[in-house]
Design a protein around this ligand. Structure first.
Ligand code: KG4
Ligand code: ZN
Length: 364
């Protein structure tokens, strides 16, 4: 079976092709034949954020090119495609529609069904790309618990910060989420205050990493919002405001100094990571989770990955810790392809008229 997946929910135009061999046997094989991501980062960097109508235009321009590239890399003709897997939400409405319209035309031409996919679920499923694709008996790799579920999933991206209880593929309950800015959005906004380029997360990570061996001199201390509250919600907009106040109260020389920018980057990264880890571990214990599963652009952050691992080992938790390879943390269509496979139609095909966007689609 060949699945072609389309992802245009934000500012990356993505198409991937997934081949599943031995589909009827217990030992299936999954291979990503191509995974093309055309990033609009340079365009949006000029404005410090994503403008939906600009992103839509870029998707319209890029999608046919990305499609050809994906087929070429997979060494495939379009006639071989059995199924189209498509992000329908959550995301930016105008951007989602570019993918949807493209998918519908292709589906009509090839006479294949479209599987609508939730982008957040796909960030979770990104962990199972490759060897671990066969549910419900996932191979555990270096995992320390033979069962995978229940799992606590932490999804942290530019648009979302959610803690989700997962009892199987397709079975989710949102335990908590951000009440204002997402963690990635907080990095993007703070980076802008500090004069760093969009996207802010990688820029902050790079600045903070330069300080690893040096002692800090400015003694900056930001709040850890909601860290000890009993719920699983988050709030990151106050952090951005705290950075802004500190920045405004500094002399122009300090503000521009490399040291200030680096130390502030390190402290904001630490503050966000502290809150994410504390809340995730609290949920893990309360729900007796067998696994912690991370996903979304922010989980590409090395310090976040390292601190999670350290905390799990310091607390001697018997738990599987899953985080995707970095290329599958940020937006991509490989994760959309595999999610579509898990939800493929068994008998009847989907009615194309029913496929529509849902900018606020929720995972429940
Ligand atoms: O999942 P994603 O690619 O797109 C959305 O679904 O939003 O996430 C993008 C977000 C951006 O806010 C970006 O700044 C953040 O992920 N990000 C990072 C890193 N790489 C991307 N944040 C921290 N550290 C990183 N290395
Ligand atoms: Zn995403």
């Amino acid at each position: 079976m060949i699945i072609l997946a389309i992802e245009t929910s934000c500012d990356d135009t993505c198409i991937a092709i997934l081949e599943i061999k031995n589909q009827k046997s217990k030992v299936k094989s999954f291979e990503i034949l191509s995974n093309v991501v055309s990033s609009q980062v340079k365009l949006h960097a000029k404005y410090g954020g994503v403008y939906p109508m600009l992103a839509k235009r870029e998707h319209q321009k890029n999608l046919p090119v990305v499609f050809k590239k994906a087929l070429k890399r997979a060494k495939l003709l379009s006639g071989k495609i059995d199924l189209i897997s498509l992000t329908v939400g959550p995301g930016l409405e105008p951007c989602l529609w570019v993918g949807i319209n493209f998918a519908k035309e292709l589906a009509k031409k090839l006479k294949v069904p479209i599987i609508p996919v939730n982008h957040i679920e796909a960030h979770i499923v990104a962990n199972f790309i490759g060897e671990n694709s066969t549910p419900p008996i996932f191979k555990q790799g270096a995992g320390r618990n033979s069962k995978l579920f229940p799992a606590v999933c932490l999804i942290v991206s530019g648009g979302h910060t959610q803690l989700i209880l997962m009892t199987n593929i397709g079975k989710y309950r949102i335990l908590g989420e951000t009440r204002d800015d997402a963690a990635g959005e907080c990095f993007d906004k703070v980076a802008r205050i500090l004069g760093l380029l969009y996207p802010g997360g990688p820029a902050i990570e790079r600045q903070a990493a330069t300080l690893n061996l040096k002692p800090l001199t400015l003694n900056l201390r930001l709040p850890r919002p909601m860290i000890y509250q009993k719920n699983y919600d988050f709030s990151f907009s106050g952090l951005k405001t705290a950075v802004l106040y500190d920045f405004k109260n500094r002399s122009p020389e300090i503000r521009k100094s490399k040291n200030y920018i680096r130390e502030m980057a390190k402290e904001i990264q630490r503050a966000v990571i502290d809150v994410l880890i504390q809340k995730t571990l609290k949920a893990t214990k309360e729900y007796k989770a067998k696994s912690i599963i991370l996903g979304g652009g922010v989980t590409a952050n090395n310090e976040l990955r390292k601190q999670f691992q350290l905390t799990i080992s310091n607390q001697q938790l018997t738990i599987n810790f899953l985080v995707p390879p970095k290329i599958y943390c940020t937006d991509n269509a490989a994760m959309i392809a595999l999610t579509g496979y898990f939800h493929r139609p068994q008998k009847e095909q989907y009615n194309l008229e029913k496929i529509k966007s849902n900018a606020n689609l929720r995972l429940e």
